[in-house]
Design a protein around this ligand. Structure first.
Ligand code: 5GP
Ligand code: MN
Length: 323
């Protein structure tokens, strides 16, 4: 653990107007955590907004408050900024301006690579950032409402691969149970996030997966999606969510790499299955994350990015072999 929860609790008690920051290409954990925190702050009689550099993906439309998530240009930019699920300031994208203009800043996160960029920081390597928000709600003695439970159950479900990954602990399950008891609908959230796919997404994913290349005797899998691929399918970047997991699930694969082209940059997603540390790979490329799920952004042609990812993935597998 780094920093402390008590400093975050004081930060919440001592301020009245908050801008909550979610990371770019938002996922269930950053959105669920941010929206639950907003509900908590409102329940405490405080003003709060959630800002994010990218729009809320369609799969998360149902989250209470999703429609009020603001583009950074439209956000008020309150004096207290609090980032959730963001390992470093690069994760803010255009929302960085809101963080920089705030008088006081806080950082609640669960990535081991967090570089403690705020005035007040709390990093604990739980399965999901949503678990930390759950604990904050409890410590402040606020009522856990059904809407908060929906947000937090979504956060935890999405960061644990539906409670399937090695990051799930007894605490994760106890908290998930409490969230279901408070009104979170496990099956309904699962249906909306994982079992509802627009046609264009299914087709784009099938094509991307069908182009998978294997290296290192099948231990490393990689595929890419260009902007042209997305345009051809009429798909959005959010429709790429899930591709890297399909590569990881191939029986021989330990490291899966997915590269997506996006307006002059490449977004890399890395997954490991059992033993590799892909946060080490992502860190070498200026990104970060968790041992088994990490990411980065780079600025080069996609073929060059693919060659680099394969080389560094191979290096990681070598490190693991020698350990
Ligand atoms: P995803 O591949 O789903 O975008 O991200 C996987 C994990 O890596 C998430 O925990 C996410 O927060 C982290 N991650 C993704 N991209 C970046 C990045 O550019 N920098 C850092 N520090 N972490 C990232
Ligand atoms: Mn997370």
């Amino acid at each position: 653990m780094a920093g402390s929860m008590s400093e975050i609790l004081s930060f919440i008690r001592d301020n009245d107007r908050f801008t909550i920051l979610s990371h770019t290409s938002p996922d269930g954990d950053t959105l669920g955590s941010a929206l639950a925190l907003r509900l908590l702050l409102n329940a405490l009689g405080k003003e709060a907004e959630v800002a994010c550099s990218h729009p809320v993906p369609g799969a998360y439309d149902f989250l209470p408050g999703a429609a009020e998530v603001k583009d950074p240009d439209q956000a008020a930019g309150y004096p207290a900024a609090i980032a959730v699920d963001c390992a470093d300031k690069c994760r803010f994208g255009r929302a960085a301006a809101l963080f920089d203009k705030a008088k006081v800043t806080a950082n609640v996160d669960h990535h081991g690579t967090n570089d403690m960029y705020a005035d007040v920081n709390w990093m604990e390597e739980t399965a999901a950032c949503g678990e930390l928000i759950y604990r904050i709600i409890g410590e402040l003695g606020a009522e856990l409402t059904a809407d908060m439970a929906t947000c937090l159950l979504t956060a935890i479900m999405t960061d644990t691969g539906c409670f399937a990954y090695s990051n799930v602990t007894e605490d994760t399950m106890v908290i998930a149970g409490a969230l279901i008891a408070a009104g979170g609908d496990n099956a309904e959230i699962n249906m909306k996030v994982y079992r509802t796919s627009p046609y264009c997404r299914s087709m784009l994913q099938a094509e991307a997966v069908s182009r998978t290349k294997l290296y290192c005797g099948g231990k490393l899998a990689i595929t890419t999606v260009t902007m042209e691929d997305m345009a051809r399918h009429g798909a959005l970047s959010e429709h790429c969510d899930g591709i890297v997991e399909q590569l990881r699930d191939i029986d021989t694969v330990e490291i899966a790499v997915f590269l997506r082209e996006d307006e002059g940059k490449i977004k890399g997603s890395l997954r490991a299955k059992r033993y590799a540390d892909v946060s080490r790979v992502a860190s070498k490329l200026g990104g970060g994350g968790h041992k088994r799920a990490a990411g980065y952004t780079c600025y080069c042609p996609i073929d060059e990015a693919a060659a680099t990812a394969v080389r560094l993935g191979e290096e990681e597998l070598d490190i693991c072999l020698k350990a």
